[in-house]
Design a protein around this ligand. Structure first.
Ligand SMILES: Cc1cc2nc3c(=O)[nH]c(=O)nc-3n(C[C@H](O)[C@H](O)[C@H](O)COP(=O)(O)OP(=O)(O)OC[C@H]3O[C@@H](n4cnc5c(N)ncnc54)[C@H](O)[C@@H]3O)c2cc1C
Ligand code: SF4
Length: 486
């Protein structure tokens, strides 16, 4: 016991002596020149050193607050000991894309935000960066291998949507030997990881490397296939023994103020998809003709979430003349990650806090925005303080382009899928039994943003994994019923 305690203080608990260090961040001038990721990776020794700062809590709050319940203290300890293959195996046992989560989880609100050493006045353990390091190191060493199915099962599952929820579910089911087909309306797999989130947060090779691995493991991808147009839900149900709906949420929230129909006012996803497609080498007419390219323009982005942060920082990299972010609450009450706000500020984005557009002005195109100054009242149902207009506080801001990043709602899936019986909530999200992830239609499950509303990659992965467990149980029950009848 004594030995264990002294071993622990020798190898771990170094937060008292060792300061927090993040992997180097590229210099602002340098990173504004391209779309590459802004954080480098830990080198081996640094990852070991930073992992050894973990205090190995009896009740690890980091793990409790990770939606995947990642076994963080154990993989930090293995990393500190240089046992990197075991660290990787542990990290990937609860997470289908640790290299993605390590890069883009808002760790300040999840694992790192609950690290106890920060509460004792030391900087948190840099959990996300170590998770990224462990997995990148595993890819380099070829430890990340395609699924090898020992016994192929006859039953098949159709998954609608190749975003993180669909991909995680597909991987878990394929590991069990099921036939899995993913249908997606886009030409590339990855969902928002490919066409939403920009390269400077998540380079595309990271996503493509994963989806290629899943293909090698026998998962079938059918791209450019839109359920509702190319097949109805009931046609897909005929083809497969179970279905997962993991279609995400894509209907952009609108802003209903005078002048909304002026030219050069765009939804965020049009702007981000065009930019991501350009980065992937596609021909994008709307970008090439200058419409969705903001070079030399005064840009105003409206919104305060992750999407707004990605739009302002994409605008900076497209060499906009000026970039402003209008948000109706203040910094403390915004939904976006604090880390992304400070990255945007470093890159020259101006935040106009407590401000709300009242009218878009212009002859044909947007020319300027009339803005109301806001103040914060009592907390609303979301727990955040409610913005209230300050009387006689209007001011004008010049704009050549407006990007609306006000959030997303689900599309009308019962209509789209021609399945009127599919139950949805008042917000349009699919209703599931959260114990089984099953919808009201037998054998049809759902996961990710389409059941939660716009959320996070890590929650989509968790839902996908949970749906896979329930689908397996469901399929096993069917098999055993058949066996009894026979
Ligand atoms: C700009 C932006 C930035 C973000 N940044 C972050 C971040 O930094 N960190 C983070 O954790 N989260 C972030 N998110 C949220 C995160 O991307 C989502 O929560 C996550 O991708 C949801 O996964 P999903 O699998 O449910 O859906 P999606 O990723 O949206 O995938 C759904 C897939 O379904 C397909 N599909 C839809 N309808 C059909 C149909 N009828 N037929 C066939 N296929 C269909 C779509 O083409 C898509 O590929 C961001 C979101 C946005 C928009
Ligand atoms: S998946 Fe996200 S929340 Fe969980 S340990 Fe990794 S970075 Fe933290």
């Amino acid at each position: 016991m004594l030995y264990a305690a002294s071993y622990m203080t020798d190898k771990m608990l170094k937060f008292v002596k060792l300061d927090q260090q993040n992997p180097p961040k590229r210099k602002v001038l340098d990173r504004k020149e391209d779309f590459n990721e802004i954080y480098s990776e830990f080198i081996n020794e640094k990852a070991k050193e930073q992992s050894s700062r973990c205090s190995q809590c009896g009740v690890p709050f980091c793990q409790v607050h990770c939606p995947l319940s990642n076994n963080i203290p154990d993989w930090l300890k293995l990393t500190a000991e240089g046992r990197l293959k075991e660290a990787y195996e542990l990290a990937q046992s609860t997470n289908n894309m640790p290299e993605v989560c390590g890069r883009i989880c808002p760790q300040d609100r999840l694992c790192e935000g609950n690290c106890v050493i920060e509460q004792s006045g030391h900087g948190t353990v840099t959990i996300g960066s170590v998770e990224k390091f462990i997995t990148e190191n595993a890819w380099e060493n070829k430890w990340v291998e395609p699924i090898k199915v020992r016994i192929e099962k006859k039953q098949s599952v159709g998954i609608i949507g190749a975003g993180p929820a669909g991909l995680a579910c597909a991987e878990q089911l394929r590991k069990q030997g099921y036939q899995v087909t993913i249908y997606d309306r886009y030409d590339r797999a990855g969902g928002l990881l490919i066409y939403g989130i920009p390269n400077f947060k998540l380079e595309k090779f990271v996503v493509e490397r994963r989806t290629n691995l899943l293909k090698k493991g026998g998962i079938k991808f059918i791209q450019n296939f839109e359920v509702g147009k190319d097949a109805t839900l009931s046609e897909l149900k005929e083809k497969h023994d179970a279905i997962l709906i993991a279609t995400g949420v894509y209907k952009a929230r609108e802003i209903e103020i005078p002048g909304s129909n002026l030219e050069n006012i765009f939804p965020a996803m049009d702007f981000l998809t065009a930019s991501n497609r350009k980065g992937l080498g596609d021909k994008v007419e709307q970008f090439d003709n200058g419409k969705l390219n903001v070079e030399g323009k005064d840009v105003i982005v409206i919104g305060g979430g992750d999407t707004a942060m990605d739009c302002v920082r994409t605008s900076v990299r497209q060499n906009a003349k000026s970039v402003k972010c209008l948000y109706r609450r203040d910094r403390e009450n915004m939904p976006g990650s604090a880390r992304e706000v400070s990255n945007a500020e470093e890159e020259g984005v101006e935040f106009v806090w407590l401000s709300n557009p009242k009218k878009f002005n212009g002859a044909i195109k947007i020319e300027n925005v009339l803005v109301d100054k806001m103040k914060l009242g009592d907390p609303d149902e979301s727990g955040r303080r409610k913005p209230i207009i300050e009387t006689n506080s209007e001011f004008n801001l010049k704009a050549d382009v407006i990007i609306k990043a006000l959030g997303f709602d689900p599309e009308n899936l019962p209509n789209l899928f021609q399945e009127k019986d599919l139950k949805v909530s008042t917000w349009g999200t699919i209703k599931v039994d959260f114990d089984t992830m099953e919808t009201n239609l037998s054998g049809v499950f759902a996961a990710g943003d389409i059941i939660r509303g716009a959320s996070l990659v890590v929650w989509a992965i968790r839902d996908g994994r949970e749906a896979a467990t329930s689908i397996k149980n469901y399929l096993e029950k069917i098999e055993s019923k058949k066996a009894k009848v026979a």
